[in-house]
Design a protein around this ligand. Structure first.
Ligand SMILES: Nc1ncnc2c1ncn2[C@@H]1O[C@H](COP(=O)(O)OP(=O)(O)OP(=O)(O)O)[C@@H](O)[C@H]1O
Ligand code: SF4
Ligand SMILES: [Mg+2]
Length: 341
């Protein structure tokens, strides 16, 4: 199939345009108002049925972006379109109700134990999600659906009567996934769903999520701080730095041919057991502290740590541009005719 045909066949499920999320900070009387610039003018598409990985250092805004996309955090400005319907537009002046979209969009949390009510049995936790969205009519139907969902995530039906603390971390995350699936979602924001799990369990949960995606036609936004975690599960990967999306490309392309100096340093720091990728590595491991998102650097947010920074980098924030087909980067180096490293 030609690249052009493939492009036409890909349907956009989520379209994010110029999304901004600031968290105001309380300051004293007469002091200037301050805010955490958690997400700063981010635009990207998520295609139906794909997994878009989202990586970046702690505090760069991954969780905030994931939650803002499904409006669990109300954005400060920008526009979000879901399956062709505008679900948020700061320019329109009128608020869109999320009620019709809530069950289509779900969230899986990083810490499974904290996200499950310790006083409820697993059957009650999953049943509650079914009740909220009126998914079953009778008690029998509800019990049957709870069993199906437990089976779908590889748990036994007897597990329905147990409490969350009676499960391992991996099993608790399976319960969290069953609860998300209870409402028949189309799009799931997976916020570091395996980071709290043992390495030996991580692959099992990832494989299960991939199987569920194929079976149920799900679309994932998969957040992780470690690029090696999202590399295999993601079709494409977006890299965030201090609230901005700095690079976005197909997974292998991003790891084998990173363009942005930040992505290069991020990859230089991760051990990847793949000789092709190791050979392709450029850049040096990152130095210096991540600047404060309350007072982010002017121009390119990365200029205080970038070995290639020049005057323009301190003045102008580079836009995310398509520099090769399907490969986007936000860096002034790509505004030049020749790119030299
Ligand atoms: N409710 C909030 N109120 C104020 N600031 C917040 C709030 N939530 C997040 N932040 C700030 O916004 C920035 C982005 O946070 P976020 O949790 O999105 O980062 P992250 O990339 O998910 O980090 P991690 O990898 O540690 O989960 C951080 O500086 C954080 O302190
Ligand atoms: S715009 Fe400048 S500072 Fe930013 S990544 Fe590119 S070269 Fe480095
Ligand atoms: Mg987070």
């Amino acid at each position: 199939m030609s690249e052009q045909k493939k492009k036409e066949d890909r349907q956009v499920l989520v379209k994010v345009e110029h999304l901004v999320k600031y968290f105001p900070i309380r300051s004293g009387f007469l002091k200037p108002k301050k805010a955490v610039h958690a997400v700063e003018d981010v635009s990207f598409d998520i295609f139906k049925g794909e997994t878009l990985g989202l990586v970046g250092e702690s505090g760069c805004g991954k969780t905030t972006l994931g939650r803002a996309v499904i409006r669990l955090h109300e954005p400060t400005s920008g526009k979000i379109t879901y399956d062709g319907e505008v679900i948020y537009d700061s320019g329109s002046g009128s608020a869109v109700s999320m009620k019709p979209y809530r069950e289509k969009m779900q969230l899986i949390f990083q810490d499974p134990s904290a996200s499950l009510d310790p006083r409820m049995t697993v059957g009650e936790i999953i049943g509650e999600a079914l009740d909220i969205h009126h998914k079953t009519k009778t008690k029998e139907e509800r019990e049957q659906r709870v069993k199906e969902l437990l089976d779908m995530v590889g748990l036994n039906t007897e597990h329905a009567n147990r409490f969350p603390h009676e499960f391992s971390g991996g099993q608790q995350q399976r319960v969290g996934i069953a609860r998300a699936l209870a409402v028949d979602p189309e799009f799931i924001v997976c916020d570091e769903p395996i980071s709290a799990l043992d390495v030996s369990i991580q692959a099992q949960v990832i494989n299960m999520m991939e199987d569920l995606q194929k079976k149920l036609g799900l679309t994932y936004l998969f957040i992780a701080h470690d690029i090696s975690v999202v590399r295999h599960i993601s079709n494409r990967i977006g890299v965030m730095y201090l609230g901005s999306m700095v690079e976005l490309a197909k997974s292998y392309e991003l790891c084998s041919n990173p363009k942005h100096p930040y992505t290069q340093s991020l990859l230089a720091a991760v051990p990847i057991p793949d000789p092709d990728l190791t050979r392709a590595r450029k850049g040096m491991a990152m130095t210096g502290e991540i600047p404060s998102p309350i007072n982010p650097p002017s121009g390119c947010r990365f200029h205080t740590r970038c070995p290639y920074a020049s005057d323009i980098c301190k003045k102008e924030m580079p836009a995310l541009r398509e520099i090769e087909e399907g490969h986007y980067a936000a860096c002034h180096l790509f505004n030049k005719e020749e790119i030299e490293y």
